[in-house]
Design a binder for this molecule. Structure first.
Ligand SMILES: Cc1ncc(COP(=O)(O)O)c(C=O)c1O
Length: 408
């Protein structure tokens, strides 16, 4: 007979599953029910799209808007409307989604990756400034994880060098820089309604601008360069079909009605967690600039491994044992390290603008040490509007107990 003693089962500090919000319901159903009775599901003058544009402007008063098929599409439309010329450069973050750079590359532009601020994980203004060349055309401000970029600095740099600013707000619905919602400060605001975002319709996006020089024609950039206003068809430029259709618009209208509540709750949960993780050896919570409003698409903190007697993997394993839904890292590597960049394999194994001497960019030589470090010691955790203060307090207690045990 075995004499082994079964160790007592310890209750994890977070003793409940990750709260999950109900994301779609009666409001979406009501809109969709009305929609299926329409004679057409086409976006142009469609009732759902018309309602979406009106409601969107309540949150983001942009003069020109085009509802489109994805955040990627919104950014591609912005770059197209800017009339980026082959070989022109757009400064962008190396910690982002491919969607930020796909449009730049398709327009034969050059994404120029610059390093990040170690605590906000957004582009460092000094690094942006140093990356400017005579070919620089735009700065793409990616507001990562819901934390606004230092738009005051970026706008000053842009003014000084006559650059456009494209705001990638895919992860930052409801975020504000010094009181102004993201997407309203640059030349273009670009948003994503993909399934994972604060508000979602499966896949969708929105691009907007207040500037007549880009806005007149913005819609053409996502609609084959057809002129819906004049009803004419004689495209003067090459443009894709990135239209949204009525079913997505119907869901988006209902989702926008929930935006403020979702963002308020996420900000409360994220801010509480950040405040509870202050002054904890080995743990660096994210930093939001004073006067900015973080809408916490997810929670992204870093470890100070010199203060800990363990690896990040050990720390995450301990967090998981305590019931925290923690993940080691975010994207696996900076975007410029992806194979497509390392091999310059953008168009069937070739990169025409480099072959024709319009750029000398070599992505194998790009270095962004802060971005690399963030991805090596960062920990991401889900954060959502269903998380109560007491749930967040448990998560904080679990992190504090793991850090206390593993501190040097
Ligand atoms: C920062 C950022 N930009 C752009 C995109 C692209 O959005 P979509 O997936 O809607 O094309 C995403 C999507 O994850 C994103 O996180």
């Amino acid at each position: 007979m075995s004499t082994a003693v079964t160790p007592p089962v310890l209750q994890p500090i977070v003793d409940e599953p990750v709260p999950q919000p109900v994301r779609w319901g009666d409001a979406e159903l009501a809109r969709l029910t009305t929609m299926v009775r329409q004679p057409s599901l086409f976006y142009w003058n469609g009732p759902q799209t018309t309602a979406l544009l009106a409601d969107f402007r309540q949150h983001y008063p942009l003069k020109y808007l085009f509802p489109c098929s994805s955040g990627t599409a919104s950014l591609h439309i912005a770059v197209g409307a800017l009339r980026l010329r082959p070989g022109e450069e757009v400064i962008v973050s190396p910690i982002t989604d491919m969607g930020s750079v796909i449009g730049i590359l398709y327009q034969q532009g050059v994404p120029v990756f610059v390093d990040l601020d170690p605590r906000t994980y957004n582009m460092d203004a000094g690094a942006v400034r140093r990356a400017i060349t005579p070919k620089t055309r735009a700065i793409m401000a990616v507001h990562l994880a819901g934390n606004p970029c230092d738009m005051t600095a970026f706008l000053a740099i842009a003014r000084e060098h006559n650059l456009a600013v494209i705001e990638d707000c895919a992860q930052s619905w409801g975020a504000r820089h010094q009181g102004t919602p993201v997407g309203l400060m640059g030349d273009f605001g670009c948003y994503s309604f993909n399934d994972f975002k604060h508000i979602a319709c499966g896949d969708g996006g929105m691009v907007g601008t207040n500037l007549d020089r880009y806005g007149n024609g913005l819609s053409k950039w996502g609609d084959k360069c057809y002129d819906r206003v004049a009803g004419t068809r004689d495209p003067e430029e090459l443009a894709p079909n990135y239209r949204m259709s009525e079913p997505q618009s119907a869901v988006c209208v209902a989702q926008l009605g929930k935006l403020e509540d979702i963002v308020t709750r996420r900000n409360r949960a994220g801010s509480l967690l950040t405040s509870l993780l202050q002054n904890l050896p080995g743990v660096l919570p994210p930093v939001t600039r004073v006067g900015d409003f973080h809408s916490y698409w997810f929670y992204f903190m870093r470890l100070e491994l010199t203060q800990l007697k363990c690896t990040r993997a050990d720390f995450v394993a301990e967090l998981k044992a305590q019931g925290v839904a923690a993940n080691a890292g975010y994207i696996p590597m900076p975007v410029f390290r992806y194979k497509v960049f390392q091999n310059h394999n953008f168009f069937g194994g070739a990169w025409p603008i480099r072959d024709f001497g319009l750029t000398t960019m070599d992505y194998t030589k790009v270095r962004c040490p802060v971005a690399e470090a963030i991805l090596e010691d960062g920990i991401t955790m889900p954060l959502n509007q269903a998380m109560s203060d007491s749930y967040i307090e448990k998560v904080a207690r679990a992190i504090r107990s793991v850090a206390a045990r593993l501190a040097r």
